[in-house]
Design a protein around this ligand. Structure first.
Ligand code: THU
Length: 132
């Protein structure tokens, strides 16, 4: 199985851990760092709604908390066809992704698309903008 398909497989299998009793919309994210480590995340909702955490920020925060912030793959799968990251997650990803980072929008191991962060967040704000 190709590396990318293995990651999609893990992401789809982990969707069951989504805590989404309010939206009933499950999202799962698997990241692979450039060192080869794999971290998983799911969306985690809250009765007060605004504290809801997306799967992407959940997975990436787990990786970053372990000292891993260079991402080779960010694989996202959700309950809709082509679940793309929300705007907040695109900005969160922008902080850590480079143009080699493959952001994979996966429906199945046979059906996925790959993007860079600049494709998903054109003209995005980053630390470079603070250095003028
Ligand atoms: N959600 C994610 O986890 N990632 C996204 O990029 C899109 C939205 C979650 C948040 C909420 O728990 C549910 O999907 C419905 O919006």
């Amino acid at each position: 199985m190709k590396e990318i398909e293995n990651l999609i497989d893990i992401a789809i299998a982990n969707k069951k851990n989504s805590y989404s009793p309010y939206s009933n919309f499950r999202v799962s994210c698997v990241v692979k760092t450039k060192t080869g480590a794999i971290y998983k995340g799911v969306n985690i909702e809250n009765a007060a709604y605004s504290p809801c955490l997306c799967a992407e920020r959940s997975a990436m925060s787990t990786a970053i908390s372990e000292g891993e912030k260079d991402f080779a793959y960010i694989v996202i799968t959700g309950d809709s066809q082509d679940t793309f990251p929300c705007g907040v997650c695109r900005q969160f990803i922008k902080e850590f992704a480079d143009n080699e980072t493959k952001i994979v929008i996966a429906n199945s191991v046979e059906d996925y698309k790959i993007f860079t962060i600049d494709e998903l967040l054109p003209h995005g704000f980053s630390s470079k903008d603070l250095k003028n």
